[in-house]
Design a protein. Structure first.
Length: 293
């Protein structure tokens, strides 16, 4: 018996949207929990491995369902370039933040010595390293988020896509950025990951706002840079850059964040990123949607 994702395109749109929102919540929650509890001190720093691998795994899990954003910076970028409807994007970001908070609550309950409201020593709280100024914090988080979101566009929205290798590339991007910047900012590069610990543990509120702003700036900058390269669905961007044209789908495949139409009375379903194709151009999925995000 086929599952919901194998139903014909346009059918059960409302149910697919609900599952997509749940996937963003659960994916962000589990990614936050895994990344937060990865040992990041001592002789061996496992933070790059734990965060990069857990992101790749969660993207694999959620890609077919929601597109596997798991990051408000990714979602906001796709909203600016017209690959995500504004209302659905806001819903995604809200559920991502809720998921991050629940992931931190899991850490508070399962990590010895951790407790809600414990302050700046809370597990997973982000702050700057020694002698790192707020300007440096802004620069690091902006650049690192720019790299991560640029990879998402390159492997998922661009033509041709990288198929099932997409999640690995996104996880590898996070892996590299955590290696580069963890000693300076902790490498949040995800507004939900930055806000989750601050909300649950009440930590570093004097800096977390700058993390969020920098990450959104980096994400949107990456999206706007990618628009002229990969195409855009945003009329305002096409007017500013007249050589931009909408992403073509000549073979009928969904490539990138594509809004599928639904039956009358049903809402649209946000298709996943990462179109994985077989040798004759057929998808690995049976529902007409692409594979990973």
């Amino acid at each position: 018996m086929p599952g919901l994702l194998q139903s014909p395109e346009g059918n059960f749109g409302s149910a697919k949207v609900i599952y997509a929102l749940v996937a963003e919540f659960l994916g962000t929650m589990l990614f936050t929990f895994a990344g937060t509890t990865t040992p990041a001190s001592g002789i061996s720093n496992w933070a790059p491995w734990g965060n990069g691998m857990s992101l790749a795994v969660m993207v694999f899990i959620t890609a077919n369902i929601s597109g596997g954003h798991l990051n408000p910076a990714v979602t906001l970028a796709t909203m600016f370039t017209g690959h995500m409807k504004f209302t659905r994007g806001l819903a995604y970001m809200f559920l991502q933040l809720c998921g991050a908070c629940f992931g931190i609550l899991m850490a508070a309950g399962l990590v010895p010595g951790a407790s809600v409201g414990m302050g700046n020593s809370g597990t997973g709280c982000f702050t700057t390293g020694q002698n790192v100024t707020l300007g440096m914090l802004f620069g690091w988080e902006t650049v690192m988020t720019f790299v991560l979101v640029s990879v998402v566009y390159a492997v998922a929205i661009g033509e041709p896509s990288f198929g099932i290798m997409g999640p690995f590339a996104v996880g590898l991007a996070l892996f590299a950025m955590v290696f580069a910047g963890s000693q300076y900012t902790g490498t949040a590069i995800n507004p939900a990951r930055a806000l989750g610990p601050a909300i649950v543990f009440h930590c570093h509120w004097n800096k977390v706002w700058l993390y969020v702003i920098a990450e959104f700036v980096g994400g949107v900058a990456a999206g706007l840079m990618a628009g002229p390269l990969y195409g855009t669905h945003a009329p305002w961007l096409a007017k500013i850059l007249p050589w931009v044209k909408p992403t073509e789908h000549g073979d009928g495949d969904d490539n990138g964040l594509e809004n599928q139409t639904s039956n009358v009375g049903e809402t649209e379903m946000q298709a996943p990123l990462y179109a994985a194709k077989q040798s004759k151009g057929t998808k690995l999925t049976a529902d007409g949607a692409s594979t990973m995000v």
